[in-house]
Design a protein around this ligand. Structure first.
Ligand SMILES: NC(=O)c1ccc[n+]([C@@H]2O[C@H](COP(=O)([O-])OP(=O)(O)OC[C@H]3O[C@@H](n4cnc5c(N)ncnc54)[C@H](OP(=O)(O)O)[C@@H]3O)[C@@H](O)[C@H]2O)c1
Length: 245
């Protein structure tokens, strides 16, 4: 039981693959303690044998009853995380809005928007009690400016920007909330978005994750996170202006 103190670990959702799994590995290399939530068990060499992995839970993030139980165990055992990285997302549809199937819209809003809000509702009270903690929501260019044919995904990412901005207004210091646009990263989602030919030169998940992990390390320093409260960050800016390359 560790109810009262702010945990020193970072919680990552969508840690089964793509950017999320690369982030767990990058944090392990530093090393920073991590709790990882994934739908599919990680591949050998990237799971419970990662030394700094405090806790790994598997399950569908859309199953709120299961997640509620998982989060209860996590909070009871380790206390609240120092930072939550709300990374898990789905991209189902690349076409006009009026052609998207209802099931895909429902799943997109459930995983990309309702899930982070649910996690906020479960975790923020413990963070307030502990006197610290931050939330980082993975966003996207299409959530910050309108672009055609990105379906409900774009709307969900615009929603995550609003969620973070409102949360930032409501959180008492030193708690904080910000969004991060990772830019193009060569993952399954990127391949789905641009099958065949990619108009950009995406970073590898490992490179993107190492940049972000160094920024997370900085955010863990006392009082730093609040300086970024309400900010809309992106990985390119971290490289160009922050020296996190
Ligand atoms: N890649 C890019 O170029 C790019 C650009 C802008 C923004 N982003 C954002 O960056 C973040 C990471 O994206 P990515 O490229 O790494 O995507 P990805 O390769 O598709 O990985 C998404 C992760 O989310 C997990 N996930 C999806 N639905 C889930 C569910 N119901 N329950 C539990 N886990 C679930 C997936 O688990 P499974 O492995 O089990 O499917 C996977 O681990 C996302 O928020 C994305 O919107 C990415």
């Amino acid at each position: 039981m560790n109810r009262g103190s702010a945990g020193a670990y970072i919680l990552v959702t969508g840690a089964g693959g793509g950017f999320g799994r690369a982030l767990v590995t990058a944090l392990a290399d530093i090393p920073v303690p991590v709790a990882a939530f994934s739908r599919t068990p990680p591949p050998p060499g990237h799971g419970s044998d990662v030394v700094s992995l405090l806790w790994e839970a598997t399950g569908d993030l859309g199953d709120f009853s299961l997640m509620d139980r998982n989060l209860s165990v996590l909070l009871e055992t380790w206390g609240p995380p120092q930072i939550v990285v709300h990374n898990a997302s789905v991209l189902h549809h690349r076409n006009s809005l009026w052609t998207e199937e209802e099931a895909s819209v429902r799943d997109t809003f459930r995983i990309n928007l309702e899930t982070p809000l649910f996690w906020v509702s479960r975790i923020v009270p413990s963070m307030i009690q502990a006197g610290g903690g931050g939330h980082i929501f993975l966003s996207s260019s299409v959530g910050r400016e309108p672009r055609k044919n990105w379906g409900s995904y774009a709307i969900s990412k615009a929603g995550i920007e609003t969620l973070s901005a409102n949360l930032a207004l409501e959180l008492p210091p030193p708690l904080f909330s910000l969004t991060l646009n990772p830019g193009p990263v060569m993952t399954r989602m990127r391949e789905k978005a641009y099958p065949g030919k990619d108009p950009a030169r995406p970073r590898s998940p490992g490179e993107a994750a190492r940049i972000f992990a160094r920024f997370l390390l900085y955010l863990r320093e006392e009082g730093v996170g609040r300086k970024y409260n309400g900010r809309m960050m992106d990985l390119d800016t971290l490289v160009l202006e922050g020296g996190y390359a």
